[in-house]
Design a protein around this ligand. Structure first.
Ligand SMILES: [Zn+2]
Length: 230
C-alpha cells in the first residue's frame, strides 16, 4: 500500500482507526503530531472541525483560512486558522488537491430543505456525537472543512447543482495535517447520498495520528511545506 512508503514508520503511529461510512471520530492531536486522513476507496467526503484543545472556545475559522490562503481551494502549504487568527493545523501533504470550506456540513434538517428527504441524519448529527464527550454541542459547530470534496464556484458566482460535483479523489488519497498547537479534531465520515459529497456511495476512511521528529512528517517525494501561503 502506498502509505507503507511514508517517511514515518509504523512505530510512530499513536492511533490508527478505520472509520466506517457515515461514522463520527474525534481525537486530540498534540503540537507537532500529524493527523493523516486517508480516503481508502476514493470520492469520500470527510467533514472536519478543529478546536484549540486547551481552550475549545477557540475553533476553526473558515473566513480567516480562505482570506490568508487567497483561494477557496485548500491544499498543501495552507494553514487552517482559528477565530483568533492563530494556526491550528498546516496541510503538509495532499495527494487529492480538492478540499472545500464553503459548503458546510449536511444535516437532517438540510437534507429535508434541499432534497425533500426526511429522517436522514448527516454530518451535523455526527459532529454532535463526536463533540459530546468533549463537553461541546450544537453551538460549537461552525462552518467546517470538507476534505476530498469538490465545490466549484463558477462564473457569476454560481454554485453547481447540488453544490458538490464528483470528487477526483482516488483510492488511497490522503491529507496530512500538522498540529500547530494541541488540537481537538472532529470528523464526520459523510453519510450523504443525495449529492456527490460522498460520491453517492459512502465508504470507509482511515484516520491516523502520527508522532514524528521535527520535519519527519512529510514525504521523500514532496517538498517541505511552503509556509502560510503557497
Ligand atoms: Zn455530510
Amino acid at each position: 500500500m502506498s502509505e507503507d512508503r511514508d517517511a514515518v514508520g509504523t512505530e510512530s503511529l499513536l492511533r490508527d482507526d478505520l472509520v466506517a461510512p457515515g461514522a463520527p471520530w474525534s481525537g486530540i492531536v498534540r503540537r507537532g503530531e500529524v493527523l493523516r486522513i486517508i480516503d481508502l476507496e476514493g470520492r469520500q467526503g470527510v467533514d472536519f472541525l478543529c478546536y484549540n484543545a486547551a481552550d475549545t472556545a477557540e475553533r476553526y475559522h473558515a473566513p480567516n483560512t480562505v482570506k490568508k490562503s487567497g483561494t477557496l481551494r485548500l491544499t498543501r502549504g495552507h494553514v487552517l486558522y482559528s477565530d483568533r487568527a492563530r494556526p491550528l493545523f498546516t496541510i503538509i501533504a495532499d495527494t487529492c488537491g480538492f478540499h472545500d470550506t464553503i459548503a458546510g456540513c449536511c444535516s437532517e434538517p438540510s437534507n429535508a430543505m434541499l432534497y425533500g428527504v426526511t429522517g436522514m441524519p448527516g454530518c451535523r448529527e455526527n459532529f454532535l456525537k463526536a463533540l459530546a464527550p468533549h463537553g461541546l454541542g450544537w453551538r460549537d459547530i461552525v462552518s467546517n472543512v470538507n476534505f476530498f470534496c469538490h465545490v466549484p464556484v463558477r462564473e457569476e458566482f454560481l454554485l453547481a447543482e447540488r453544490t458538490f460535483v464528483d470528487s477526483p479523489s482516488a483510492p488511497g488519497d490522503r491529507v496530512d495535517l500538522r498540529a500547530e498547537r494541541d488540537v481537538l479534531a472532529v470528523i464526520s465520515n459523510c453519510p450523504q447520498v443525495n449529492n456527490n459529497a460522498a460520491g453517492g456511495r459512502p465508504t470507509p476512511i482511515r484516520v491516523r495520528i502520527i508522532a514524528c521528529r521535527q520535519g519527519a512528517a512529510w514525504h521523500h517525494d514532496e517538498p517541505e511545506p511552503l509556509g502560510n501561503q503557497p
